[in-house]
Design a protein around this ligand. Structure first.
Ligand code: 4NP
Length: 165
């Protein structure tokens, strides 16, 4: 991620090998499609530490590749308190992640923490379900949700970007 980005978004799930790298990969592709990669920075992290250093799950990479996204460069890391200073938005995939992030953030940074699907216009679901223990259908469903939310998120971030940048 470019450190001088005007606006930085962190996507967070439990393991940082399925949902949040899929969200990061989808959103960064949309950002690149609009040529905003110098202004909008992206990253992802997990609330857990089991998979630190690992690339995204093979099934997540496969589903992403089937729709033209390459996320093979991503590596899992654990979210830290410093992230709440470094990022403008910290987006949780589900309510468990949201609660963990709110506890870690504390009152000072709680306003930066939100559910990612808050940005999915017309989407009835609140949570991106954990696909780890299911079949490939779960990964396709995750990608449907994160594509929809990424579009709404990009519109939101564009509106918040400083017009001078
Ligand atoms: P993610 O999925 O939170 O979408 O990355 C999971 C990955 C690994 C585990 C759970 C969820 N795990 O228990 O190892």
């Amino acid at each position: 991620m470019a450190n001088n980005s005007s606006f930085r978004v962190l996507f967070v799930c439990l393991g940082n090998i399925c949902r949040s790298p899929m969200a990061e990969g989808t959103f960064r592709a949309q950002v690149q499609g609009e040529n905003l990669q110098d202004k909008i920075g992206t990253d992802s992290a997990g609330t857990g530490s089991w998979h630190v250093g690992s690339p995204p799950d093979r099934r997540a990479q496969g589903e992403m590749a089937s729709r033209g996204y390459n996320i093979s460069d991503l590596r899992a890391r654990q979210v830290s308190r410093a992230d709440f200073d470094a990022f403008d938005l910290v987006l949780a995939m589900d309510y468990d992640n949201l609660e963990d992030l709110q506890n870690l953030a504390g009152a000072q940074y709680e306003h930066k923490v939100q559910l990612f699907l808050d940005f999915a216009d017309g989407e009835a679901a609140d949570e991106v379900p954990d696909p780890y223990y299911g079949g490939m259908g779960g990964f396709a469903h995750v990608l449907d949700l994160v594509e929809a939310a990424s579009r709404g998120l990009l519109a939101h971030v564009r509106a918040r970007l400083d017009p001078e940048t």
